[in-house]
Design a protein around this ligand. Structure first.
Ligand SMILES: *Cc1c(COP(=O)(O)O)cnc(C)c1O
Length: 399
């Protein structure tokens, strides 16, 4: 997944453009910037690549989700349905606008289970937020049908699956809004950064204003601009945007490498009958950022994860006990611990999350994911494949 593996002359050239004129901020100073508007250029490129009418770049993926929720008018007392398996950023963004994250079971896609989503809908629900974890997507057709039926907003967290598609559409572009992260370990990196895509002019206009203190961006005198509503500062700097431009241009190349390496490893594992693969919903194509598979039960999955490490297969994850990606270790959310005071509505709503998530536990406890790198040589991928097979076979020989 990491775009940092492909950091090179292209990124340096884009950054040099910014250093040459010294204008590090995206707004104003037009006389000095030699025509370089890197954040704006990244937005144009992102919208084009993702086949949406609009894109807004911001300072992180978390900021992108936050801005998206604010643009959709989500706030105090509103509930947002999100999966038990994601990165902590998903609920951070929801809490930061004053809304309440409602945890929802995942199924063998390792993303929101449609039936579980419907069961959680109340008159407070405003948004369904599927998270396309580890390169593969939620059943977006089912999500859209649920949102249509209950008049909800569909917000895709595509931070870990940039470049994947569903029914031929880029992930992130299928719902009302979609978000990407350009942090240092993502497929496209700007060091830090994020992007929001949408076909809604209303959301796009709001996003552009909200992420810059509510500035209306009318006219050429920044100091004279008014503020139609409250905003914050989630701007992306020109330096970060410059890196992002070069990285986004490499996306299709990165995806091709990921697919090649993923396919070779997956094909190798098919000789182990105990290993099965995560379900990709019909109509979906992964970004191939991770190879994710199931072992027959929790014990063998833990053994497999350990054996992979002992056989020198790095960057494999057992999410069930992971501190950042699975609800079981989100004690600070489940027993809300916040520096600033949370509202009564939030405190009450958060109690709903002290439920049991049997489907999530059943699938995640059996799951192992291995990161797909793009810098491996063909020989290295072959070697990795044989190490993986040996490691996984060792689990079943012992048992
Ligand atoms: C990385 C990530 C984010 C947040 O991105 P940052 O840029 O690190 O703030 C959000 N959701 C998921 C699923 C992620 O993996």
């Amino acid at each position: 997944m990491p775009g940092f593996e492909l950091f090179g002359a292209e990124e340096k050239k884009e950054v040099q453009d910014v250093l040459d004129n010294g204008v590090l901020m995206r707004y104003g100073f037009d006389g000095n910037r030699n025509g370089h508007h890197k954040a704006l250029e990244l937005e144009k490129d992102l919208a084009t690549r993702m086949q949406t009418d609009y894109a807004q770049v911001v300072s992180s993926g978390t900021a992108a989700l936050t801005v998206a929720l604010a643009c959709a008018g989500v706030g105090s007392g509103d509930e947002v349905i999100m999966p038990t398996f994601t990165f902590v950023a998903s609920f951070e963004a929801i809490l930061s606008v004053g809304a309440t994250p409602i945890l929802c079971d995942v199924d063998d896609t390792l993303t929101l289970a449609p039936g579980a989503v419907e069961a959680l809908i109340t008159d407070k629900t405003k948004v369904v937020m599927p998270v396309h974890m580890c390169g593969s997507m939620a059943d977006l057709k089912a999500m859209k049908a649920i949102c249509k039926k209950h008049n909800l907003i569909l917000l895709e967290d595509a931070c870990q699956a940039i470049g994947g598609t569903y029914e031929g559409k880029p992930l992130g572009s299928y719902g009302d809004m979609g978000c990407f992260s350009f942090d240092y370990v993502k497929t496209v990196t700007a060091g830090e950064g994020g992007g929001l895509i949408t076909n809604s002019k209303l959301y796009a206009d709001r996003a552009h204003q909200y992420q810059d203190h509510g500035h209306d961006h009318i006219g050429t005198d920044r100091g004279a601009e008014t503020h139609p509503f409250l905003g914050y500062n989630y701007r992306l700097s020109e330096l970060h945007a410059a890196v992002g431009i070069a990285q986004l241009r490499k996306l299709d190349h990165t995806l091709a490498l990921q697919k090649k390496n993923y396919t070779l490893l997956r094909d190798a594992l098919t000789i182990i009958p105990e290993v099965t693969f995560r379900r990709v919903p019909d109509g979906g194509e992964e970004s191939y950022a991770f190879l994710t598979f199931f072992l027959p039960d929790k014990e063998s999955a833990m053994e497999a994860h350990k054996a992979l490490g002992l056989h020198g297969v790095d960057a494999c994850f057992y999410w069930y006990y992971n501190n950042w990606h699975y609800y079981k270790k989100w004690e600070h959310l489940l027993n809300p611990t916040s520096l600033h005071k949370l509202s009564e509505e939030q405190m009450q709503g958060l109690q709903k999350n002290n439920s049991s998530y049997a489907s999530s536990d059943a699938w995640i406890s059996r799951t192992v994911s291995c990161l797909i790198k793009v810098g491996w040589s063909d020989a290295e991928v072959q070697e990795r494949a044989s190490k993986m097979v040996k490691a996984l076979q060792s689990v079943f020989i012992i048992n």
